[in-house]
Design a binder for this molecule. Structure first.
Ligand SMILES: Cc1cc2nc3c(=O)[nH]c(=O)nc-3n(C[C@H](O)[C@H](O)[C@H](O)COP(=O)(O)OP(=O)(O)OC[C@H]3O[C@@H](n4cnc5c(N)ncnc54)[C@H](O)[C@@H]3O)c2cc1C
Length: 324
């Protein structure tokens, strides 16, 4: 029977939301193949994450828990994932930084074809085909994979997070495969996590993103708006490259891909590389002093105005509306 393996992503013993998008794909693919799906939870002290995974409707939850997997390194994780993956028709994860890093190596170890960062699963006569955005989202390619195991990563913004199914999957431990020579040439020196009170950029319901126009006043102008809307902050690459915003806020082709219900583009021109990361947002609000800026072609609401005047005014109005 053709089954699907989801490679879960966890942090600090908890399942990351990225996993739920891969599970949505796995449910679709398993149904198309007439099989079932399993979830592999890998790391150290991941019992909590495995418990969460049990509620997602998998046939079983496989757990690879070992001290050698305490710090995530693709070279240490990939041998175990590939070994477990051998028994499946499809190995899937989400195209987060973790998934992109790990799954390419897993595909290499399995000698498998890799459909990366797909936005849709198409099923034709029981065969899986994958739709993936190309050229910064200006074209779509449809691909199929002909190797016995197909490795897939899904775009998080294109696959809604799977809800718990109400069931409780069986749990089985799996053996950890000793890493090869590559792992001895790399070590984790430190992991400096950015702590923020704000929602995670890729999971936020509202994103307030700013561009180069904000200059050194990026946070002074955008923080109050983001606070009022309980939004995540985002930025254009130009704003990040200039040092006005940290690079983990970058949205776009070479940054994060987001599709929140509400996206504010403040002082962002709307270059195709930026649009590639946000144009699937449900409602887009743009503020730009240039009425011809390309961002207005994708905006649902556009304001041709000086952001330094209108954003503080918008915050004032929102606060007044909340208070009233
Ligand atoms: C290979 C490649 C990958 C890339 N990847 C990305 C990516 O992932 N993400 C990304 O964002 N970019 C990416 N870029 C860069 C992209 O091409 C643009 O250069 C960038 O998005 C521009 O950022 P910006 O809109 O902030 O700046 P600008 O293009 O300089 O636009 C600033 C805008 O602010 C407006 N403005 C100025 N002052 C005010 C004011 N007072 N009030 C209101 N509006 C004002 C201007 O009218 C202008 O439209 C990539 C480029 C390449 C070549």
């Amino acid at each position: 029977m053709a089954n699907v393996l989801v490679v879960a992503e966890s942090a600090e013993g908890k399942l990351r939301k990225t996993t739920h998008s891969a599970v949505t794909f796995a449910r679709q693919a398993a149904q198309a193949l007439g099989g079932a799906f399993s979830i592999l939870v890998i790391g150290h002290n991941v019992a909590g994450a495995a418990e969460e995974a049990r509620a997602l409707g998998a046939d079983k939850v496989l757990v690879a828990d070992d001290a050698s997997l305490k710090d995530y390194l693709a070279e240490r994780y990939a041998p175990t994932v590939a070994e477990v993956g051998k028994g499946y028709a499809v190995v899937v994860g989400t195209a987060s930084a973790y998934g992109k890093d790990l799954l390419a190596r897993v595909a290499g170890r399995l000698g498998s074809g890799y459909a990366a960062d797909i936005s849709e699963l198409l099923v034709e006569g029981g065969t899986l085909k994958y739709k993936r955005p190309m050229f910064a989202g200006n074209a779509f390619g449809i691909m199929s994979v002909s190797t016995p195991v197909q490795v897939v990563s899904v775009r998080q913004s294109a696959f809604a997070a799977a809800e718990p199914s109400g069931g409780s999957s069986d749990v089985a431990p799996v053996a950890v495969v000793a890493p090869g020579a590559a792992a001895s040439r790399i070590e984790m020196v430190s992991f400096d996590q950015v702590k923020s009170e704000r929602p995670e950029l890729t999971e936020a319901k509202v994103v307030v993103a700013g561009g180069r126009a904000l200059k050194e006043r990026f946070n002074e102008i955008l923080d109050p708006l983001a606070d009022t809307l309980t939004a995540a902050l985002g930025a254009s690459r130009a704003a990040c490259d200039a040092g006005y915003a940290p690079s983990d806020l970058q949205v776009g082709q070479t940054g994060k891909v987001v599709a929140p219900p509400l996206y504010f583009a403040i002082g962002i021109s709307g270059a195709i590389q930026h649009l590639a990361g946000m144009k699937n947002s449900k409602v887009i609000v743009a503020v730009n002093k240039d009425g011809d800026a390309p961002i207005f072609q994708v905006a649902d609401y556009g304001l041709v105005a000086d952001l330094f005047q209108v954003v503080p005014e918008l915050v004032k109005q929102l606060k007044a509306a909340k208070a009233g």
